[in-house]
Design a protein. Sequence first.
Length: 423
Amino acid sequence: MNVFRYLRSSFSARLSLWVTGFVTAIFVVALTLLFRFSLAVVKDESLEQNMQVLEHAALRVDRILHRTEMTAKTASWMIRQHLAQTTIVHDLCQEVMQSNPWIDSCYVMPVSQLKVETARWEEPLLDSVSDSVALRPMVMTYYLPMYDDQGESCLTLAIDVQIDWRETHSELTTQIPYAHCFLQGLGGLYRLETSGYRSQQIDGTNTYHYYRPFSNTDWGIAMLCPERDIMADYNRLQTIGIIVMVVVLLLLLLICRLVIDHNLKPLDLLSSKVRRISQNYFDDPIPANNRQDEIGELQRGFSSMQRALVSHLTEMHQKTTELQERNQALQVAYERGREDERTKTVFLSSISEQIMVPVNEIYAATDRLSVRYQNFTKEEMSQLQQQISAHSDTITTLIDQTLITSRGATSYSDNNDSKTTTQ
């Protein structure tokens, strides 16, 4: 779970995995095709190489058999020249044995004892239906019929050749250690008509059966090679290739991670700066770089944006401070205005009360005058006139004071408004 959380939070890790996964897919497809085609090539080459080893071992025996056949033909020609001289025939047979070390014996048999129609090789232990024989020294006999001057079969020349099969077996197993070698005679279960190889199941194991008949014979040399042993080098190479591929992909993942981390380091820096800015740390500097790619351009653009943002915020802070100061001045002016209004109200109320006294006096005097003016004497009229004039002067004085006070308050309010506007 922590790995998935880390992958979701790390873009460089996801990018490294994407690159490695893409390369891995290419590697797997390429190596699969390579191993598939190389398997057929290596398999065919190994099979052909094993067949060549068997062919080489059989050729050595073929050369002995061929030389024996040529020796038998030469000896039969010489013996026909001395058919009536038994001693010379015996000496010729001894000379054949001495001149050819691989020949175990050479002798002549009458037709009554053994008559053959054509020259042939015979090995008593191999002309049965047995599958194979033990690899031990064996004697192979070559029979050649001899004819007299009338063309009648008169004698049979027999030459016994002893071949050490252990030498052949050692030659094969030295070059092919996993091969099981044996001789095959007539009726063998693994018999092939001609030299070659074929695949077959033996005890549940895929095995290749190689067979090479000897010239002019009914038997030959064969070997069985398990397919797993034939392809052992290829399978080992395939295992090594898979291990190397895994190691290379791991190294590629590590290198991609290092390279991507190095190239995305400016983005990590910008991400941390964005988090700082989101926390109201606008003054953290963004280091400059000399990269000319998109990341360098992004970093320089973000640095310019940060400077513009800081400048804009500074300007907004200044304007906010000024507005606060103006608001405070306006609040003070408003409070003063309210105070002045209250003072004016109190003043007007006081003036009104003061005016009402002389006004009432004037009203009373006027009322008396209008009702009883005929009964007033001159002195009373003069006195009443003086009272009305005195009250009128009092009212005028109070009104003048009110006008003066009103003009002073208006002038003070206008001065405060002009100062606030200037600020």
